[in-house]
Design a protein around this ligand. Sequence first.
Ligand SMILES: [Fe+2]
Length: 254
Amino acid sequence: MELSSGPGAQGSEVRVGPVAGRPVGSVRSVEELMELLRACRGAWDTPDRSGDPVDLHDHALQTAHLLRRSHPADKELQVAGLVHDLGHLLRPGDDAGHADTAARAVRPLLGARVAGLVRLHVAAKRYLASVEPDRTLSSRSALTLRAQGGVMGPKEAAAFARDPLAEDAVTLRQADDAGKVVGLDAGVMDDWREILDILARRAGRSRTAPADAEGAPRGHATPLGRGLFPTDPAPGLPVGGRVVPATSWQARSP
Ligand SMILES: [Fe+2]
């Protein structure tokens, strides 16, 4: 893995791996992803530390932990929570583009659904601000909301709600907002290594799977991660129906 400069705390861009033969900034292996996640220790969503009260490392672990608790069978959603803010590490200071940066980085390794959820986590914030106007945002979050496009209008919100990933993206967003508790123990990064290995293998198989009669790769008919693990308990909250889920998180951001 190549980290051509230090993590985001220094305010400089982190470049991931060589460019030849693949998209710039994509993560090539689980080991490389683990190295990036560890580099989140001491890196912040804003280079001047005016943003979230926990660093990107603790925020990733807390977000993933909350999703594992609420959606124990959906490993892709949990992992999306783990990696959703890597854009802040890869391109420090680019708040408006951090979701796209992270989605591009993880898509080759973790697949389309994880990348899609990561990409939508900012849109989900704008959607929630539209359908739940009384929802309280931190002053920093309100500031970045404007930079990220502001509150969605009715047409844009309706279009977002039709996205097949919308409900899960909203769930990710709620965990994102809650996973900022100083001092909360949400495990260690190595807890996620085995799940990342499994998802990476699964995404690799999907890339090479033969197409079905409609031309879609086999293996994409159902969301990856649901029922993937033999010991998975029953799925978490039902999928479908109204987009805004009824989940209320125990932990709230200050
Ligand atoms: Fe976040």
